[in-house]
Ligand binder design. Structure first.
Ligand code: NI
Length: 214
């Protein structure tokens, strides 16, 4: 009996290793396909970071209509979230404010932008009060649900309304937590996440890119 059991265990172990190998190969394959699409010299760039664009038609926190053209010739730091967010948004915006304060005079060449994914609640007035709490340079943008969806699509940002009994109005907005750095031409440069590097490190990185050292 024991030897049969040992054989069974060995079979299961082999089966699991086989499965793990298949998964690893699949993941590795997907990785290489992604790298080929993103970086391949001959492959056409059709997906991924290269397709991220700063394109939007929204309303700023003063109630004025704005598009990406209003922010061109400045480097854009763009973050999507919502004012009722319990954690990621406040910490990320406080982090962004910390980074802005470390840019010195170069801050005049930077447009920090917070775009809501909860336009029903985040009116221009709500956005004005919210952004003011973080940084005087921070611009809050909102719009219709269609306009916000289009803006998120241009940045390839994911968000989704989620029922949550304990949250205000019974819902939360799930959203990605990346800060996008966009060039003055509105093209993708890089993404940052609060917690992955200090504010000082991110400020140094942003300044280096602005000065063409990277
Ligand atoms: Ni949030």
């Amino acid at each position: 009996m024991t030897s049969t059991k040992a054989t069974q265990i060995r079979r299961i172990r082999y089966a699991l290793w086989g499965l793990a190998t298949v998964v690893a190969l699949a993941l590795g394959g997907a990785y290489f396909v992604r790298m080929a699409v993103l970086r391949g010299p001959s492959a056409p760039v059709t997906t991924g970071e290269a397709s991220i664009r700063s394109e939007f038609s929204l309303t700023d926190h003063n109630g004025n209509p704005v598009t990406e053209a209003d922010f061109l010739r400045r480097w854009q730091l763009v973050f999507f979230g919502f004012t009722h967010c319990p954690d990621v948004c406040p910490t990320t915006l406080a982090y962004m404010a910390n980074v802005l304060d470390r840019l010195g005079g170069e801050i005049e060449s930077v447009a920090p932008i917070f775009i809501t994914v909860d336009p029903l609640r985040d009116t221009p007035k709500v956005m004005a009060e919210y952004v003011r709490a973080f940084h005087p340079k921070l611009v809050g943008l909102t719009g219709s649900e269609v306009e916000v969806a289009a803006a998120a699509q241009s940045f390839r940002v994911y968000y989704e309304k989620m029922e949550e009994e304990t949250a205000p109005d019974g819902y939360l907005m799930a959203h990605s937590g990346h800060i996008y750095l966009m060039t003055p031409e509105g093209r993708f440069e890089d993404v940052f996440r609060e917690g992955e590097q200090s504010a000082e490190e991110m400020a140094t990185d942003v300044l280096a890119r602005m000065n063409g050292k990277q």
